[in-house]
Structure formats: C-alpha cells, structure tokens
Design a protein. Structure first.
Length: 270
C-alpha cells in the first residue's frame, strides 16, 4: 500500500523500484535470500528488475518464469524477446525453455479471430482446445458524433442477448484507454441503469457482473463474454504495442466476443 500511495502522489513509479532496491543493497545489504522464485507476466519486468531478483537469490536457487511476449503491453518497460533475458541476466544459468501453444481460456472461434495479430509479429499462433460453434460478432458503425451512442445502444442489446444464456455470468466492455471507458459508462447506463461498474485504477475492486475496464487493467483477468468497444484503426495503430494490447483485449473472454469499430477495423483484423 505504501507503494501505491507514493505512486498516486507521483513521487515514484514501478520502474524506480529496482534501482531503489539496489541502493538499499549498497547501503544496508540483504539479510534474507530466496531458494525459488516464480514470476508470472514475466514479459512486463525489465532487466533491472530481473537483475535485482537475481541478487535476492541464493547461489543454488531456481526460478520459474512464465510469460507471453505477445501480451507485453508496456513499451516503456518489459522485454520484447526472451533472449534479452537469457543472454544477459541468466546467461550463466542452466535453462529449460518450454512453449505452451495451447489456449485453455478462449474458444477456438475467439482464438482464430485473434491469431492474425500474432502472425504479424511472426509469433507462433495459439491452438485452442474447445469449440463453441459461435463466431465473434463484428459490427461496424458510422463515424460521427452519434457513434459512441450507437455503440452503447448495441452493447446494451448484445448484453441482454448474452444474459439469456446461463453460461454467461460476467461481461466486460473493454476500451483502449480510460477516457473511452468513461464515455461508454455515461452512455450505457441509459440501457443498463445501475448494472454496470467502471474500473479506473489497478487497486479498484468490483462486484457487478458487468464492468467497463481499460484493456491495460484487464490483462490477467477473464470474463465469460467481452465487447471490444473501440477496435477501429484510428484507436489501435499499426504498431507492436497496439497489436499486443488488442490481442490482450480479444483473448479476455471465455465464451463470447463482440468487436465494435467505426470507419476501418484495426490493422491485423481486416
């Protein structure tokens, strides 16, 4: 909690922590060391953080590092390929590398829709293990001042339709950024009054079955169904970081996916 307080005061950021820990080591040293460390979402740690993790390990310690480069959504930090880590911080360690290509979260129809984004980065496409027989819903909207209102109206109807299925309990409306989330939240309440919560910070919790959340906060979460509210080329540019962000959005749902866009759909999905 102290970290979040300092961060909210704009005094430190996550990228500062490894360097502050290094300073602590020089001033006071370490008294405790670890024999095994498990790292999840490993693509989001930078080399300085890995260096300090190594400093906290015993000489005979081991590590389990799990991540997906295709879900690296922070271009200002993290790693873009595993060799950045294996050829530097871990170059003296005996390594065992395994690729898990099967997707156990989303249906094959959703995975097949998202896989072209991986192919653009020459990544290995995922292989789903279950089929639903239901393809993602893709809807184009006319650009203009009423576009968001039309999207919100369509989302309300789509949610009502999904709610007739007992399999669908949790639903997320995903936007690239927080401002779009606020826009959707102000509009969706016309059709779903009091049923929707908005998530704006990583410390927020929610109890509603329907949430509006920016994609960068949804990474690591899963929902029964999702609507991508802003999958247009104007929002998701033809860049590696935007492709990764869109891939994360597309692979949050377990069972159902809807993709909304105005103008042209995002690169890689056409």
């Amino acid at each position: 909690m102290a970290y979040y307080h300092q961060r909210s005061s704009q005094r430190i950021d996550q990228e500062d922590l490894a360097l502050l820990l290094r300073l602590h080591e020089h001033l006071f040293g370490f008294t405790e060391y670890y024999v095994h460390v498990v790292i999840d979402e490993a693509q989001d740690l930078n080399l300085a953080e890995y260096f300090m993790i190594r400093r906290l390990l015993r000489d005979t310690a081991s590590m389990t590092i799990v991540g997906d480069i295709s879900q690296g959504i922070y271009p200002q930090r993290g790693i873009t390929r595993w060799t950045e880590l294996t050829d530097s911080i871990l170059s003296d360690k005996e390594l065992v590398y395994r690729e898990m290509r099967r997707s156990y979260r989303s249906t094959a129809e959703i995975i097949d829709f998202a896989n072209p984004l991986l192919l653009l980065d020459q990544a290995v496409p995922a292989d789903a293990v279950r089929y639903s027989g239901v393809n993602p819903v893709v809807k184009q909207f006319t650009a203009g001042k009423f576009a968001w209102e039309e999207k919100a109206k369509a989302a309300g109807a789509q949610i009502f339709d999904w709610q007739q299925n007992d399999e669908i309990q949790t639903i997320a409306l995903l936007c690239k950024g927080s401002q779009h989330c606020k826009d959707v939240f102000s509009l969706i309440n016309r059709w779903l009054p009091g049923e929707v919560e908005i998530i704006e910070n990583e410390t927020d919790t929610f109890s509603s079955k329907i949430v509006i959340i920016p994609v960068y906060l949804a990474k690591g979460l899963e929902f029964d169904a999702c609507i991508i509210m802003d999958a247009e080329a104007e929002t998701y540019w033809e860049s590696v970081s935007d492709r990764h962000l869109l891939y994360v959005a597309l692979t949050r749902p377990l069972h159902r996916l809807a993709v909304y866009y105005t103008g042209h759909i995002a690169p890689g999905l056409s």
